[in-house]
Design a protein around this ligand. Structure first.
Ligand code: FAD
Length: 472
């Protein structure tokens, strides 16, 4: 009689799905006796880089993953503690000879992988890491000289020209030993967090697939014309799903490419192509973070390191609360507070406002967004903030400062988005929403006057940047 197979461990991280999961598929091909484990992070300092929205979406997605694994005969085990220690102890407990996982693109995640590899060598355990978070790894898209790109357009041309990996299916069947001890699934109190915002989307693999279906059926063929109009549901809303790996990027790309091949009009072709290019932005920023991890601490462009910024005080609090007196800025900040999401156009407007009108260090905004965004992705958030501050890779040059009033008139011409998020402005005539009050009176009884004068602050920013450049 042959002895039962040795179990293998699949370590779930930001790949919370059973379909098209390369590491899980490889583990299940080695043996059905797979022990899927999730190790919730244990930090007890202040939550400067996450908050209830993202963690609650994570908890819900773990519940769904747990149920989905059961449909294949698996069982999700929860153990908390330091990842490498937990994995080594679990391997010993079940007699596992191999650990499978999908790689994390963030510096902390990568450092844990290095520790894990060392520990596996020490204990004679195989360690299999898979690349799945992007279509192309950071070292796959390089210049002819073999260097990383610093600018998006040539990066995206190269990225678009590469053949894309195809999605795969589900693991055949799993057979997790039933007797294993598991802690209960983490809840917000695990991180001492309070309730999430009421508008956070539903987590889980099925909800993510439903969002992709809706995007394909209703949004992608009109994407180009609608993606910059925040009052319209014109974008895919897949960012949190890609952040937690509820759906694979291969699946999203493959479906978009199929839709492109079926598109018959110039509008839908151009729209789907634009959408695919947005996926390239995500990979561009992940490549930037991989090759230049110092962007998390300092400006990508060395010319702008050491810029003088104002200390955050009342104006920073007003920005966070959506009470700057600039309706478009306040609407974006309130959408973020109430839903854990902010439309991309608003992310650009509010980030540029904080850095160029309020002269606040982009790092304050970056960290605040990370605390609230359900899709908080270190690479994209840092890239977006440095772009807006004019300090990053492919950044808007410092002298290109958007005027929040004209942005407002252009992207929310009827004021629908503003009124949705600022009910006290419901009765204000549209034209008045897009300009500073000429009579010096607030737009509504409980709404503040603009906290700064845009043209003055713009001049101040230009002077600060110019002086800084000359002093170097
Ligand atoms: P769609 O327009 O449908 O785009 C499809 C996908 O492409 C998105 O889900 C996302 O994965 C990717 N994508 C689109 N635009 C960008 C972009 N500019 N940069 C990188 N990836 C992009 N995106 C995050 O996922 N997490 C963040 O933490 C994040 N922070 C940002 C901070 C700032 C200051 C700015 C300006 C942008 C930030 N973005 C971030 C990018 C962008 O705003 C969101 O990806 C987008 O709004 C998500 O909505 P969607 O899924 O409907 O996007």
């Amino acid at each position: 009689m042959s002895s039962p197979p040795h179990p293998v461990i699949h370590w779930f991280r930001r790949d919370l799905r059973i379909s098209d999961n390369p590491a899980l598929l490889a583990a299940a091909r080695a043996t059905p006796c797979v022990v899927p484990v999730y190790i919730p992070s244990t930090w007890n300092h202040s939550h400067a880089w996450t908050g209830p929205n993202r963690q609650s979406f994570l908890c819900q997605s773990l519940g769904s993953l747990s149920r989905n694994l059961e449909t294949r005969g698996g069982r999700l085990i929860f153990r908390s503690g330091k990842a490498v220690e937990i994995l080594m102890a679990l391997a010993q407990e079940v007699g596992a000879q191999a650990i499978y996982y999908n790689q994390d693109p963030d510096p902390f995640g990568k450092s844990v992988e290095i520790e894990l590899e060392k520990a596996c060598i020490q204990h004679g355990i195989e360690c299999h890491g898979f690349h799945e978070v992007t279509l192309h790894g950071p070292s796959e898209v390089l210049t002819q000289a073999g260097d990383p790109y610093r600018v998006f357009t040539p990066y995206s041309k190269n990225w678009l020209s590469l053949e894309k990996p195809l999605p795969e299916g589900l693991p055949a069947s799993l057979d997790t030993p039933q007797h294993l001890r598991s802690e209960s699934a983490p809840q917000l109190k695990h991180w001492s967090l309070q309730a999430a915002a009421s508008g956070v989307l539903e987590g889980g693999e099925r909800a993510a697939h439903d969002r992709l279906k809706t995007a394909l059926a209703e949004r992608l063929s009109l994407y180009q014309g609608q993606r910059d109009t925040p009052s319209v549901a014109g974008t895919s809303r897949l960012s949190q799903d890609l952040r937690f790996g509820l759906i694979s990027i291969r699946k999203v790309y493959a479906e978009a490419a199929k839709a492109l091949s079926r598109a018959r009009s110039k509008t839908s072709t151009g729209s789907i192509e634009t959408f695919i290019k947005e996926l390239a932005w995500r990979e561009f920023y992940m490549a930037i973070l991989h090759h230049f991890p110092h962007v998390l601490e300092e400006e990508f462009n060395p010319d702008w390191r050491g810029l003088p910024w104002d200390e955050p005080g009342e104006k920073f609090e007003a920005w966070k609360a959506g009470r700057t007196g600039f309706p478009i800025v306040d609407a974006g900040m309130r959408e973020l507070r109430e839903t854990g999401f902010m439309h991309n156009r608003l992310r650009m407007i509010t980030a540029m406002f904080l850095t160029k009108d309020l002269h606040h260090d982009w790092r304050w905004g970056e960290s605040y967004f990370m605390q609230l965004l359900t899709d908080g992705e270190i690479a994209s958030n840092n890239g977006g903030w440095q772009w807006s501050a004019g300090t990053g890779a492919d950044a808007a040059p410092y002298f290109r400062i958007q005027n929040p009033w004209s942005q407002s008139a252009r992207h929310d011409p009827r004021g629908e988005y503003i009124r949705r998020w600022i009910p006290e402005l419901k009765e204000v005539p549209t034209a008045r929403l897009h300009e500073p009050p000429s009579d010096g009176r607030p737009l509504a009884a409980d709404y503040p006057l603009p906290c700064v004068e845009h043209s003055k602050e713009r001049d101040r920013t230009l002077a600060i940047f110019k002086k800084h450049k000359e002093s170097r």
